[in-house]
Design a binder for this molecule. Sequence first.
Ligand code: CTP
Length: 404
Amino acid sequence: MNSSATKKKKPQTSLKNKSILLGVSGGVAAYKAIELCRRLRDEEASVSVVMTDASKNFVTPLSLEVASMHKVFSSLYEEPMAHITLPQQAELMVIAPATANIIGKFANGIADDLLSTCFLSFSGKTVIAPSMNWRMYENRIFRQNLEKLTSLGVIQVGPGQGSLACGEEGPGRMAEIPDIIDAVRTAFSKRDLEHEKIVVTAGPTREYLDPVRFISNRSSGKMGFAIAKAARNRGADVTLISGPTSLAAPAGMRFIQVETALEMAEAVEKEVRSGASALIMAAAVADFSPSEKSGTKIEKAGELLIRLRQTPDIISSVAAGKGKPFIIGFAAETGARVERAREKMKKKKMDMVVFNDVTEAGAGFDLDTNRVTIIDKKGETGLELMSKDSVAEAILDRFSEIKA
Ligand code: CTP
């Protein structure tokens, strides 16, 4: 660990000689599979490609054959044993882009083409990079299919938010190639958190003035959800306690929804006291709450004075209690105030604090990326701007290193 705040990439799992089966399904992003294939080969991985018939409308088998330097397969019948031999030779399957259709087939055990049949006969890990219109991505049937796959251990990367091929904006854009490569690396990394019981908090809290109005903040919950999912994928027993967000309940963990800082404090206390080894406080807990909550809607009266009272500090009370878990807190500051984050760590008796400057480009609220500095008792590491999924992995990497 370096003791200065120089920008540093996290240590990477090598993909050298790894055997990857790349599935390409029929979305507009299929052309990006060529670039993905190339980047995987740059990492010295061996890549075989299976295409669905629909994907050939967007990219030619020849392009992927050149990019992978291997024969490309797509017919179930041309080489009758390919659906068995290809998965047997692969250590990891990566589906990019993964359309709503192929995700639906995977989730329901449908095997009516070479790619879906390969998935069914494959026993290793699979990474999927969903890509579709935002309406399809938000469809409840699709979400159930996706949740089913992730709860069974399929690793999801993306989608990102942004302009879609149809000209609309929204979630559904295939994850960027570096993020997919990162997910591939993670898939090859070990399950190092198998004996950890981790409580993660996420999102904002709401502090009510009356039955319809509340004070809150801009937290989207993305960072906390990314940490909870990454910890689950690395084998931890995870409880996610979240304030109100628009994110779907992640599968494969206990999910507790709360609204106020007080409710969050109570839920954290209960979960931690039942034997957690770590508490990761990614939630943007409101620091103040109205001293009085009106039982009825407050009426207009020219001027309104609201008296606020400090909320209980969750980290401090957990740190002061018996059987203190390893505590990781966040310090979202306006400006490069790493010192302030370090002071917070000491004051609240945290073991690690993740600092970010919310005014920096790419590191603010409701984004899919963040640039953080991880500070612990031994030093600090400044990371590059990266996806929140990668930030989550980096935080857990450091936690795992310290615990080892
Ligand atoms: N936190 C907490 N309980 C609170 C408020 C915050 O446990 N009532 C946690 C947050 O989840 C975060 C860490 O404390 O992990 C730091 O939060 P932050 O609001 O930045 O720190 P404060 O000490 O409240 O300082 P300030 O608001 O003055 O910056």
